[in-house]
Ligand binder design. Structure first.
Ligand code: TYM
Length: 321
């Protein structure tokens, strides 16, 4: 079974990325031939328009992933643009992709709804993502909830291609984690860079505390019991706490008689402790950038060998070889 996922280097990774997706990457790694993870710089081109910044973001993304626990002995880590077979396969898939399928996709729909003009890159984004997935014969794609629609597109395109040209692609399945498929941000909406409501995994600790203190809560009096399940702050805390601490917090909410400031402090302490080993590991890699570059080079080699095999299969099937 091959696991594959990608993440855009549009900025530093946040708690939503971590608990929704990266934590799954890490728990599913094991054999580097069967766990492929990449930094999606071609996708990031639809929003990042500064060459220096994109290059820096790609390196930061690799450092973040390694720091957070991606282990090069157990997983293949690479940069999307180093696999030229991916854009080649994208074209083949475009020729079997109905316009309507992409018109229904949310990134494009949202931009249009805001009155902005989308470029062809943003419109065709899900086809590139389908190529990313199909080109490695991926079985499982760990993601947050917002990416499930795109995995459906990949399945649809694989199905259409197979129908037209014979069995070529394996049909992938998305994997989301109950409870953290949609991590809330500081304002209670989905945590997302574009909403400005994120806390980064490697946030400066002082800034992190300040942000946590800003988390939106309701204005019910302290002594009133509260339902933890409807509280954004509780949901964030749940990601970090162990079962015992969480049960204690749950009971505190139901009993009432506490201030949200107290919970925020607990969350800040828990988050700090949780990411402390990752910070250390990241700093270590940062001091050895040559090692990071070697990891990415080896990863790209392994990934492109597999990609070449599947691309050739697709080319033969549709008659261009
Ligand atoms: P991206 O870069 O926006 O996000 C990376 C991963 O983080 C998840 N995520 C969240 N999960 C839970 N709660 C949140 N608040 C939250 N915010 C982000 C995303 O669901 C995603 O899994 N198109 C993809 C990148 C991509 C890809 C691929 C993924 C390119 N090719 C192939 C899988 C397979 C994207 O923009 O993710």
């Amino acid at each position: 079974m091959r696991v594959l996922s990608g993440i855009q280097p549009t900025g530093r990774f946040h708690w939503g990325n971590y608990f929704g997706a990266i934590a799954q990457y890490i728990s599913m790694q094991g054999d580097p031939n069967n766990a492929f993870y990449f930094v999606a710089d071609l996708h990031a081109l639809t929003t990042v328009r500064d060459a220096q910044r994109l290059r820096k973001n790609v390196l930061d993304a690799a450092l973040d992933l390694l720091g957070l626990g991606l282990d090069p002995a157990k997983a293949t880590l690479f940069v999307q643009s180093e696999i030229p077979q991916v854009p080649q396969l994208t074209w083949l898939l475009m020729t079997v992709c109905p316009m309507g399928l992409l018109e229904r996709c949310h990134a494009y729909k949202e931009k249009k709804a805001r009155g902005l003009t989308a470029d062809v890159g943003l419109f065709g984004y899900p086809v590139l993502m389908a190529a990313d997935i199909l080109i490695y014969d991926s079985d499982v794609v760990p993601v947050g909830e917002d990416q499930m629609q795109h995995i459906e597109v990949a399945r649809d395109l694989a199905g259409s291609f197979n129908h037209l040209f014979g069995e070529t692609f394996r049909l992938p399945k998305g994997s989301i984690l109950d409870g953290s498929a949609k991590v809330p941000g500081l304002d209670g909406e989905k945590m997302s860079k574009s909403y400005g409501n994120t806390v980064e995994c490697f946030e400066d600790l002082k800034a992190q505390r300040k942000k946590i203190m800003r988390i939106a809560t309701d204005s019910r009096p302290m002594d009133q019991p509260k339902d933890p399940q409807t509280d954004n702050l509780f949901h964030l805390y749940a990601n970090f706490a162990n079962a015992e601490d969480l049960a204690e917090m749950d009971a505190l909410y139901r009993r009432g008689g506490f201030g949200y400031g107290e919970v925020k402090k607990k969350l800040a302490d828990a988050a700090e402790a949780f990411f402390a080993p990752a910070r250390e590991r990241r700093a270590d890699y940062e001091a050895h950038l040559d090692t990071v570059r070697d990891i990415l080079r080896e990863g790209a080699k392994r990934a492109s060998d597999k990609a070449e095999e599947v691309l050739q299969r697709a080319q033969l099937a549709c008659g261009i070889r």
